[in-house]
Write a protein that binds this ligand. Structure first.
Ligand code: HEC
Ligand code: HEC
Length: 375
């Protein structure tokens, strides 16, 4: 039943072109995000959610069961993206599971998402029913990726920020960096593992655009300071507006480009310590009323090594992780030259080779991109 992850993801892109032709450009003039049931052909239980959130529910399914897209979907998706609409026995089963899960939450947990696919499945298609003695008597592990942190009453949030700013090059140099253009490569399941050229344009306080030069055209992702879009061949739509936690994640990517903007973006901060790869790490958790928190991880050098954000979907919350490493000097400011972005639908690695500080950037760079060219 399990299929090699890589080949399944590759299928997603080879099949993308077919889908592009099949999907209408409805919603292009209308800024409201497209709903799943208007974009896809056979939606029976996951109605009334935006298309980008729908794709995250698929990521939630895959992550929760340790499955790939093709584990549930027909293997015709390798050649024909519209085959995602074919009902297989496992799709039928998964639909029942959504109904069961919603019934449990509604009946016993005041309609809050206390039980999700992951609660039972824990990355396996068949939930374990017998308790494990190894777990019972094993060491208690503190999961550094958890949204629940154990605040350290002796820790100082100010100290971690001050060290971070100092490690980056100091307040003045940070303030002098108003924008940059970075060049390098981008790869992931969605590029079939091939490194494609990428350019990242960023401008203070919070605008960021990336352009991946794929053989089929330019894959553009933009955050204009308020709204975000993806015009990428591997997405389910030629132009996908990002909503909810995906919009917040796009905002976070722009924030990371200008670290001085991170702290004021949250009204409340907590501090905790943990170990990652057996090395001590400090976690600052930023919170805003009514939103999910964001975790920021600082290594022994004081630099930001990871962020972890979350997106609420109709079937539970999914994590979005960004790992930052290989910090190098750009105009007196340390910038990460290797960035790995991981979420339930895929993983991408950016390896930068050249960053130009404070270039002139046309304002149009951050505007809503044109839909990805169809074939
Ligand atoms: C656990 C099973 C499962 C896995 C794994 C899964 N899906 Fe699905 N998928 C479903 C179900 C169930 C539906 C129908 C949802 C509904 O009826 O509301 C669906 C529907 C879809 C649709 C809509 C098709 C249409 O036109 O109606 C797309 C696109 C899709 N999935 C993509 C994916 C991708 C991409 C992946 C891998 C990242 C994936 N799915 C993984 C169960 C799964
Ligand atoms: C309350 C616990 C529970 C929850 C929540 C739950 N499942 Fe399941 N699921 C099960 C059990 C039990 C089975 C049956 C396993 C077996 O056959 O032994 C199962 C089986 C399945 C199967 C069949 C797997 C296979 O390969 O045979 C799919 C697909 C599935 N679940 C999808 C989901 C999805 C998607 C969600 C979230 C919407 C979900 N489940 C939530 C308990 C749960």
């Amino acid at each position: 039943m399990r299929v090699d992850t890589r080949s399944a993801r590759v299928a997603m892109i080879t099949a993308a072109a077919c889908l592009l032709a099949a999907v209408s450009l409805r919603g292009q003039a209308d800024p409201a995000p497209a709903m799943a049931e208007t974009v896809f052909k056979n939606i029976q239980v996951l109605k009334g959610i935006p298309a980008d959130e729908f794709m995250d529910t698929m990521g939630m399914f895959s992550a929760s069961l340790g499955y790939d897209c093709v584990s549930c979907h027909s293997d015709q998706i390798y050649t024909d993206r519209s085959a995602f609409a074919i009902t297989t026995p496992l799709i039928q089963r998964a639909r029942q599971m959504v109904v069961m899960m919603n019934t449990i939450n509604r009946t016993f947990f005041g309609a809050q998402a206390r039980v999700t696919c992951f609660t039972c499945h824990r990355a396996h298609y068949r939930p374990e029913v017998i308790p494990s003695l190894a777990l019972q008597y094993g060491e208690l592990l503190d999961d550094p990726s958890s949204m629940r942190i154990f605040p350290d009453p002796r820790g100082s949030v100010d100290q971690v920020w001050d060290r971070y700013v100092e490690a980056l090059g100091g307040t003045q140099r940070l303030a002098a960096l108003g924008g940059f253009v970075a060049r390098g490569t981008y790869d992931g399941f969605n590029t079939g593992g091939n490194p494609f050229p990428v350019e990242i344009y960023a401008r203070t306080p919070n605008q960021r655009t990336q352009i991946v030069r794929t053989p089929d055209g330019n894959a553009v992702k933009t955050f204009d300071g308020r709204r975000a879009w993806a015009s990428e061949g591997w997405r389910p739509l030629p132009l996908l507006q990002l909503t909810g936690g995906n919009l917040d994640a796009a905002r976070l990517e722009a924030m990371i480009a200008f670290p001085a903007t991170i702290r004021p973006a949250f009204t409340q901060w907590q501090i905790a310590s943990t170990l990652i790869d057996e090395k001590p790490v400090q976690i600052l958790q930023g919170m805003n009323e009514g939103q999910l928190p964001v975790n920021f991880y600082f290594d022994a050098s004081g630099l930001l090594m990871r962020t972890l954000a979350w997106n609420r979907t109709a079937v539970g919350t999914v994590p979005i992780q960004i790992d930052l490493s290989d910090y190098r000097d750009v105009a007196g400011v340390k910038m990460p030259f290797t960035i790995v972005s991981t979420w339930t639908d895929g993983q991408n690695t950016y390896i930068l080779s050249d960053v130009q500080a404070n270039p002139a950037i046309d304002a149009g760079r951050f505007a809503r991109p044109a839909p990805f060219p169809g074939k």
